[in-house]
Design a protein around this ligand. Structure first.
Ligand SMILES: [Cu+2]
Length: 372
């Protein structure tokens, strides 16, 4: 499904799934049609894994493996990188099933004898018990030394009947990703956002103690080393000995184009309607580099915002800053209060994990338009 025009969230209610339509632009330069991404509640959702070739801005096709909710059977439309956003209301039961039918594999052979085969879902940040944590090594330790069952696809139970682990403390942004041969499968795109939201009186709050927000914008930061995406990059290949990222992504998009500053691929619009508006930006780092986030105005001045959550948990004391760092595996939820009309540039500078040197092509800009 596609819609045209500026960000326009709509809510559709279905029988089992709540689909929220959010907007992302695609990488086609000539047309700015937005790609629509599904948000599924994690109360009962089934995911499959599909091949997905993305043409990068420089024309290079890069193969990915992505999670998909609506791709049962031969229906492979609606593939996105990252996969669908999973949302769960704190304290409610959740079931996330990985259906392995037609899933692309890293290698060939028997899943029983090749540890690099199969896929899992690790609910990063939710402190799951071992049976539901999607980590082959710890699963094998509890299951006669074998992780085959796990890697063949299972149902992950969050807050199973009689048990509540993911409660109001978890309101914030988490992630999910495959944990089989993570160095390969993560890079291939097997990740998505997992957002825990408050229910009842906490609906629309940034965390259990924090304020309400009016608008939300989720940003998943990732990086791509195309060498990892080749067929030769499998098993214990020496390709994995180093990591040389070539593409830097927010929500699977390359954003700001240094060669063409007027081209912006990620946009969000907020209408004030005579009031100030609180915009929460959830930053999720599934990246293999370091990253720093800022919001700059048209004069390149960094705006202050408040950091409320780190790794999906509330800070005791929120911090007002002009920059936050996002490390691999980290999430940070910030809130900015918008009071005046204008165009602003939330942006991420990716930098080398070891040397801390910014990558010259590692500035990814988005555009926030605030209208009265
Ligand atoms: Cu996998």
């Amino acid at each position: 499904m596609k819609i045209n025009g500026l960000f326009s969230p709509r809510v559709l209610t279905g029988s089992a799934l709540l689909l929220v339509i959010s907007a992302y632009s695609n990488t086609v330069l000539a047309q700015k049609a937005f790609v629509v991404r599904d948000v599924a509640t994690a109360n009962n959702v089934s995911l499959v894994v599909r091949d997905f070739t993305k043409t990068m801005r420089d024309g290079t096709p890069v193969p990915f493996w992505v999670f998909c909710t609506g791709c049962m059977g031969m229906n492979n439309t609606g593939l996105t990188l990252p996969g669908p956003i999973l949302e769960l209301t704190a304290g409610t039961p959740g079931q996330v099933t990985l259906n392995m039918m037609m899933a692309p594999q890293e290698d060939t052979g028997s899943i029983a004898s090749n540890a690099y085969l199969g896929h899992t879902i690790h609910l990063h940040g939710l402190d799951m018990d071992t049976q539901n944590d999607g980590v082959p090594e710890s699963y094998a330790a509890q299951n006669s030394g074998s992780s085959v069952t796990l890697r063949e696809g299972v149902t992950y139970m969050i807050n199973p009947p009689g048990t509540v682990r993911v409660d109001d403390r978890y309101i914030g942004s988490h992630m999910y990703h495959c944990h089989v041969h993570t160095v390969k499968h993560l890079e291939m795109g097997m990740y998505g956002m997992f957002i825990v939201k408050g229910g009842g009186a906490l609906a629309g709050h940034i965390n259990a103690a924090g304020p309400k927000y009016d608008e939300e914008w989720n940003m998943m930061l990732s990086t791509v080393d195309p060498r990892y995406h080749t067929a030769a990059a499998k098993g214990d290949s020496t390709i994995f000995a180093d990591y040389i990222p070539k593409y830097f992504l927010i929500n699977g998009e390359e954003g700001y184009d240094v060669a063409n500053p007027s081209n912006l691929d990620l946009r969000h619009s907020v209408t004030l309607a005579g009031q100030s508006k609180n915009l929460v930006i959830r930053l999720m780092g599934i990246l293999s580099t370091q990253a720093s986030f800022e919001i700059r105005d048209a004069n390149n001045v960094a705006l202050p915002f408040t950091l409320y959550n780190v790794d999906g948990f509330a800070l005791k004391t929120p911090q007002t800053v002009t920059q936050v760092q996002i490390s691999p595996g980290q999430t940070k939820d910030i809130m900015v209060t918008l009071t005046t009309a204008g165009v602003f540039y939330p942006q991420v500078q990716f930098s080398d994990l070891r040397s801390a040197q910014p990558y010259p092509n590692g500035l990814v800009k988005t555009e926030l338009t605030v209208v009265q």
